[in-house]
Design a protein around this ligand. Sequence first.
Ligand SMILES: CC(C)(COP(=O)(O)OP(=O)(O)OC[C@H]1O[C@@H](n2cnc3c(N)ncnc32)[C@H](O)[C@@H]1OP(=O)(O)O)[C@@H](O)C(=O)NCCC(=O)NCCS
Length: 178
Amino acid sequence: MIETSRLRLRPVVLEDAWRIEELASDYELAKTTSNVPHPYPKGGAKDFIKMVAEKEKKGEIILLSVIEKSSTQLIGLINININLTHNRGELGYWIGVPYWGKGYGTEAAKALLTYGFEETGLNRIYAAAYTINPASWKVMEKIGLEREGVLKQHLARAGTYYDVVYYGMTRDEYFERS
Ligand SMILES: CC(C)(COP(=O)(O)OP(=O)(O)OC[C@H]1O[C@@H](n2cnc3c(N)ncnc32)[C@H](O)[C@@H]1OP(=O)(O)O)[C@@H](O)C(=O)NCCC(=O)NCCS
């Protein structure tokens, strides 16, 4: 469990599935992700949660539900995919469309970055976004990740290839700055 001023980040439970499906079914949300399907399959969130539970047992992912404290509603998901060999994590997140623009994405990402370095002991944390998704790469900039470069047409979605920008921070950089 991670607390910030307005959010609670807690492990995902099977009962979150309906709400995840409700928010993630919005095309506006799915279209800038690499892995949220559209249309979202019925029952897909339950399968997703079960699949993640298996990876969690192996220490390969931390997936947390983002809860708005004031409403106690689930408003998003945030995760770090962990590569154990290289001791690095890839940050990923989505916030439900009705909750965009309130700083929640930044608040949640900052908290998980701190957790990843201070509690999980990762050596590097990075994140990637389509270059056409400023909301996401601005979150990366606002939490202090450094722009590392653009991979051209790196990801395909619905028949279109997208340039992807990578941002990252090493453990040394994190502790030098904090
Ligand atoms: C990316 C996402 C999580 C951001 O969440 P959020 O809670 O709205 O983010 P914040 O409110 O913390 O805003 C972050 C910054 O992005 C800016 N921003 C938000 N939407 C924007 C847009 N459409 N164009 C440009 N900037 C935008 C905000 O203004 C803010 O910058 P500022 O503080 O300098 O003004 C959310 O847009 C989302 O879930 N998108 C769909 C899923 C997704 O793309 N996930 C990332 C995959 S890599």
